[in-house]
Design a protein around this ligand. Structure first.
Ligand SMILES: Cc1ncc(COP(=O)(O)O)c(C=O)c1O
Length: 437
């Protein structure tokens, strides 16, 4: 029988174009027609669907935002205090200043801070600041940075430019054609591609925008090479730490890589599920945010900075990154062991707290759909990604791995029989951006 979540989702698709507000929360990306789709309650890593069924989230945990686990008691206490004292006023909330001091203390190369509430908009602010600061227009970038025009304009030149930068098929429909030729992508660890952009556009290069780390280690000299190009051309180096920040140390992952940027952007994890984003940077660049207009009412509310202060203080005091690394490493090793023991070919990747795997078969999406389907039956929200949280325990990971091993073994058997696709009880997962109806 169809769950209440799936029938609600069918109604949603008629009312909400695309069904959800975030592409990767579409059930089509996780387990089409079978995913519970909506939650009634979430606490730590336990999630209840609309039919009261409980699952353990061994998947995205708020798409990487709930780094302490959902509804963390310390963060929620700070948020409730903000609510009790009033969330918005004619006056500003003092938490903004305390948070700026804390972020700068954690990143001593930075001197000034601006805030937003979402990762993509914070990256758009960074893109505006770098263009304003340098009076130049071209941005060289690597990886995914949100939905805004500055970024999607890369696909005006060629509909596939952004493929390989996380999500294939992102259409720039509605992005003014006048932005064509203002952003150019390069691949991680391919310094030559950046050098080619510099050769063609070096005089007009405003910034290099990239995640300092995502799924691969930087090759020796890669980040140093990036820094040197930024220094030589006068381009602003921006590290997008929206996903990588507060995973392997208290602050940006760049602190562990030995290269300082000129701007770093945080979102997701700093609010532990409450909306918060911060753009931190060197004074000479950040101060230009006064000369261009960057301003919004809800960037002044109190819940976001209160949540971020509580989250960062707890993260630092309890060395949360050590737990995240331990959980992620156990998961990555567990996937590899389960694969070796069952004879399934699996590729494991990512920073341990942002771990993921891919089944190496002729049709990986079929294997990934089967995995999510069978893990759901066993009480786990599971996909190819495991975002570790402070609320995960070794028991959660071990129980998940025991179940995953059974599913891997079934997969090997059905792949051998050539019947895996027939075992799917719904459509195969989507792997890129498609129109739903
Ligand atoms: C590296 C990176 N930048 C930017 C974003 C966009 O953030 P948001 O979804 O909060 O707008 C994401 C989201 O996944 C991200 O991973």
């Amino acid at each position: 029988m169809e769950g209440t979540g799936q029938s609600l989702y069918r109604r949603a698709k008629k009312l909400i174009p695309g069904g959800t507000q975030l592409l990767s929360k579409r059930p089509e990306f996780l387990l089409p027609d079978q995913w519970p789709a909506y939650y009634s309650k979430v606490k730590g890593v336990e999630v209840w669907d609309l039919d009261g069924k409980k699952y353990i989230d061994m998947c995205q945990n708020g798409v990487g935002a709930c780094v302490l686990g959902a509804g963390d008691p310390d963060v929620d206490t700070a948020v409730l205090q903000a609510v009790a004292n009033g969330n918005l006023s004619t006056l500003n909330c003092p938490e903004e200043v305390e948070l700026a001091e804390l972020l700068i203390e954690l990143h001593p190369w930075a001197e000034m801070v601006r805030y937003a509430r979402c990762g993509g908009e914070a990256m758009a602010i960074a893109a505006r600041i770098v263009r304003a600061a340098t009076r130049k227009e071209v941005i060289a970038f690597c990886g995914y940075h949100g939905w805004h025009d500055w970024y999607l304009s890369a696909n005006l030149a060629d509909d596939h430019t952004l493929d390989g930068h996380l999500l294939p098929g992102l259409h720039p429909l509605g992005v003014p054609r006048g932005l064509k030729g203002t952003t150019f992508p390069f691949k991680y660890n391919h310094l030559g591609e950046l050098e080619a952009i510099v050769k063609a556009h070096g005089n007009n290069l405003a910034a290099i925008i990239m995640e300092p780390y995502r799924s691969k280690d930087p090759d020796p000299g890669f980040l140093e090479g990036i820094r040197a190009i930024a220094d030589k051309t006068g381009a602003v180096l921006v590290f997008d730490e929206v996903t990588s920040g507060f995973r392997v140390c208290p602050g940006g992952v760049h602190k562990t890589l030995g290269i300082d940027p000129d701007i770093a952007v945080f979102a997701k994890s700093i609010g532990n599920g409450y909306s918060m984003a911060a753009i931190i940077g060197r004074e000479k660049v950040m101060t230009v945010a006064q000369d261009t207009f960057i301003s919004s009412t809800n960037w002044t509310e109190r819940i976001g900075p209160s949540a971020a202060l509580a989250m960062i203080k707890k993260f630092r005091k309890e060395k949360v990154h050590e737990h995240l690394i331990r959980m992620g490493t156990m998961m990555q090793k567990g996937w590899q062991d389960a694969a070796a023991q069952t004879g399934l070919s699996v590729h494991v990747d990512g920073l341990p707290p942002l771990a993921h795997f891919t089944v190496q078969t002729e049709h990986p999406p079929v294997a990934h759909t089967f995995f999510a389907q069978e893990m759901l039956k066993r009480g786990f929200l599971a996909g190819q990604i495991f975002y570790a949280t402070y609320a995960h325990t070794e028991t959660h990971v071990q129980q998940y791995l025991d179940a995953a091993k059974e599913v891997f073994a079934d997969m090997v058997r059905f792949l051998g029989e050539g019947t895996l696709a027939q075992k799917l009880e719904g459509p195969v997962v989507h792997t890129g951006f498609y129109r739903l109806t």
